[in-house]
Ligand binder design. Structure first.
Ligand code: HEM
Length: 120
């Protein structure tokens, strides 16, 4: 049986470190940080960890409907989305994931662009 990326890279312990590092950089981004003003970041990191874990074949599940609900009223445009994807890619590189594995994860995220971007 093929090993999942989730198991290959150390499960929730690694994914939650990746997500924390990702949000540190998101909050340093002048384009993205205003969207997160006043939010409970712990809750967000928790949800995002489940989301990334599910993309990596882990035991968590995260529905596309939940993604739509979370972003519906935020007015996120394509440039915001691209910036978030770029930061996620840098973060995955920092954690030394293999290039092919990074491409798979980023591909999964990019395929959900239309659930998140609501502004042209
Ligand atoms: C790379 C693409 C993105 C992915 C995979 C993603 C994923 C997620 C996930 C899984 C959640 C948690 C949903 C929940 O709590 O049920 C979330 C929440 C959120 N996302 Fe994103 N997101 C992305 C891009 C963005 C962008 C570009 C922005 C803003 C510019 C953004 C702003 C937010 C905010 C503000 C919340 C919290 C909403 C709330 O709790 O009310 N996201 N996102």
């Amino acid at each position: 049986m093929e090993q999942t990326l989730f198991d290959k890279y150390g499960g929730f312990a690694t994914v939650s470190r990746i997500v924390s590092a990702f949000y540190d950089d998101v909050l340093d981004s002048p384009r993205l940080s205003p969207y997160f003003d006043g939010l409970d970041m712990r809750r967000l990191v928790d949800h995002q960890t489940k989301f990334i874990a599910s993309l990596m074949g882990g035991p968590a599940s995260f529905s596309n409907e939940a993604l739509v609900r979370a972003h519906a009223n935020l007015g996120i445009d394509s440039d915001d989305f691209d910036e978030a994807v770029k930061i996620l890619k840098f973060t995955l590189e920092d954690f030394d994931l293999e290039e092919g594995d990074i491409s798979r994860i980023i591909g999964e995220v990019v395929s959900r662009r239309h659930y998140i971007v609501t502004q042209s």
